[in-house]
Design a protein around this ligand. Sequence first.
Ligand code: BTN
Length: 253
Amino acid sequence: MKIDGLDIHYLEEVTSTNDVAKELAKAGAPSKKLVVSDYQSAGKGRRGRTWLAPMGQDIFMSLILRPEIAQGKASMLTLVMGLSVAEAIRSELGIEAMIKWPNDIVVDGQKVCGILTEMSAVSEDGYYVVIGTGINCNSHDFDDEELSYATSLMMVSSKEVNREELIAAVMKSFDKNLDTFLKKGNLSELGEAYNHILVNKDSEVQICENEKTWTAIALGINDDGGLLVEDSEGNVHTIFTGEVSVRGLNGYV
Ligand code: BTN
């Protein structure tokens, strides 16, 4: 696979593009190298889930970055990628993609993209980040009960997706958004674009933390990527990613 202007490491089949990208990064691969594959035999999702899909239909890609920002800020890069994927789906395919905080992309309330970011420890050479992105493009088998909240771009638009063009559009959008993010080291200049397409903005969400579940109104993200929510007494809380999950009142969105 060749896309102008991108340093792509293409492999027909891998266990997980994130694992390949981490190996390449350990061996010294430069920032912005993109690992792309047609199939993952052991694709990984967040919270230890698996991410599997048929051969040659969807996008599996992992970007290596060596950002010159404190490592504590690097998790915000996941939100930068989420915004970039949503923007690319909108501009390239004309589909109204939305963001489900922090970084799932949804269309008509169903998930079309997930992002898993992994990081190395800091050493004297700095650290690297691998941003793994899976976009359901042309697959159509979501019958499994666990996938009932998922769909693909082809299923929502009835048009086959050109994966190379979509990868190019995502990376173009990411490059621009990355520059904006790095200038400030936070999301202050991307927050407006992000909140504009945040699917739960101004609606009631369920916040699930350990054993406790409570409801609040989602207000949008702050400059550090935390989700601001207002409880029934009018108190505003900031939710950070990690063990907390945010859902709509009637299910996934
Ligand atoms: C999620 O659970 O929502 C995150 C899914 C991330 C999947 C992508 S596919 C490309 C990259 N390689 C992996 O093994 N996972 C990520």
